[in-house]
Design a protein around this ligand. Structure first.
Ligand code: HEC
Ligand code: CU
Length: 403
């Protein structure tokens, strides 16, 4: 049907469609990035890390598109031009073409070298010499996180530490040093950039940053056990002045002393001593509360628990977290599979496959302990949730609004 197959292939339709396709692709990428600023995404351009990775991808993708078009063109051109024709004599045969072979080796080498240079440059930019950085140590354990500030010693002893909520300054490089207390976990807060594995016995440091204040969602990104998907955290980025207010208050913080014979005071005693008559273990054995004798390290730091908005390593947030606190203390392994916190309703739970039996606290006693925990508040001006927009959460909420 096509008799003019010795003509040059008709590529005018192709060349007209190409700019259209590229424009569509560009538009998709751009709108994608705009939305990404409000959701859980590596396309969040507030992060220098993400910007660097984005522009590297643009180069890599652009090169790939150029190569794809070049190769496709050569392919279709050749197939069309040298199509077999019954009436043609066999085409002239030739062997070897030095010029062609050199080109086919040199061009890919140039492309690979170019991409390597870009990669090394990005790596160097993402980890500049550690000056003027904020250092934070991350400890990951089944199934929770501790964030410690080695440069912020607390007046009450130890360093400022927060469980499951990490506070960072905006517009500054933050050097995170991660390790694991048990199996391999993964730190992954897409909006601030940079995923890292937490390996037991190893400390690994990398840098992240963001220009925009907000509370960003973080998750464990390495399958680590029953509650891997419930091993979450919040990255709360504050303007530098607010960050400094937080750190200053956190350094000076001592857990408030409960008024005599209040619910908080009864809760304090139970928290510190447990209840031997019913076998209820002391909370202080596993949890630290800055400015009290509680210095346990088997569970997340609870120093500012009253200021926190999450519970169960980010399983619940806001109002829901408040509602769940009683249930949590009563039997956390029931509401969070694999939780290594004992039960306080006498029910059985497992630690490393071994069945254990929890001690007992009455509902009233649990309410007293909850009241004590809620009293563990940073001063108002250091409340890092106040007015912080929540970004990338399931039910993203407006500034200051409680979910
Ligand atoms: C044997 C150690 C141990 C004891 C004793 C213990 N906990 Fe825990 N606790 C943990 C662990 C481990 C977690 C983290 C569980 C998880 O998220 O997977 C935890 C988590 C918590 C959390 C949630 C923190 C957050 O930000 O998600 C609260 C609140 C808490 N414990 C309160 C208490 C109270 C109150 C008591 C005493 C009545 C107590 N714990 C006794 C080990 C313990
Ligand atoms: Cu994990």
């Amino acid at each position: 049907m096509n008799t003019n197959h010795h003509q040059r292939p008709g590529h005018s339709r192709f060349s007209r469609a190409l700019p259209l396709a590229l424009t569509a692709l560009g538009a998709t990428l751009l709108t994608g990035c705009q939305q990404a600023n409000q959701t859980l995404s590596i396309g969040d351009m507030s992060s220098g890390y993400n910007r660097e990775i984005f522009w590297m991808s643009v180069w890599a993708i652009a090169l790939s598109i150029i190569i794809f078009i070049g190769v496709s063109y050569a392919l279709f051109y050749t197939v069309n031009k040298f199509r077999e024709d019954k009436h043609d004599a066999p085409p002239a045969q030739f062997h070897g073409n030095n010029r062609l072979e050199v080109i086919l080796v040199v061009v890919p080498v140039i492309i690979v070298v170019f991409l390597s240079v870009l990669t090394v440059r990005s790596m160097a930019r993402l980890n500049p010499t550690p000056q003027n950085v904020v250092n934070i140590d991350i400890l990951s354990r089944q199934f929770w996180w501790n964030f410690a500030y080695p440069e912020a010693p607390a007046a009450a002893g130890g360093v400022v530490t927060n469980g499951n909520e990490i506070i960072i300054p905006t517009r500054q490089q933050v050097a995170l040093t991660i390790t694991s207390g048990d199996v391999i976990h993964g730190f992954w807060a897409p909006n601030i950039g940079g995923q890292r594995h937490a390996l037991p016995g190893t400390r690994r440091t990398w840098q992240v940053d963001t220009d925009r204040p907000g509370a960003y969602q973080g998750n464990c990104s390495q399958l680590c056990g029953a509650s891997h998907a419930n091993m979450r955290y919040k990255v709360v980025a504050l303007e530098p002045e607010r960050y400094n207010t937080f750190i200053t208050a956190a350094r000076a913080y001592r857990a408030p002393e409960p008024a005599p014979s209040s619910a908080e005071a009864r809760g304090y005693t139970l928290f510190m001593q447990g209840k031997t008559s019913t076998g209820a273990l002391s909370c202080a054995a596993c949890h630290r509360v800055q400015g009290t004798p509680a210095a346990g390290a088997a569970g997340p730091d609870l120093s500012f628990f009253g200021t926190r908005r999450t519970l169960g390593a980010g399983m619940w947030e806001g109002e829901r977290a408040r509602e769940m606190l009683h249930e949590w203390i009563k039997h956390s392994p029931l509401v969070k599979p694999g939780s290594l916190m004992p039960t306080y309703d006498g029910s059985e739970y497992r630690v490393n496959g071994k069945v254990q039996k929890g001690g007992v606290l009455t509902d009233a006693e649990i309410d007293d302990v909850s009241a004590y925990l809620r009293s563990l508040k940073l001063p108002e001006e250091a409340d890092y949730w106040q007015g912080t927009p929540v970004i990338g959460a399931q039910g993203a909420s407006a500034p200051g609004e409680s979910q």
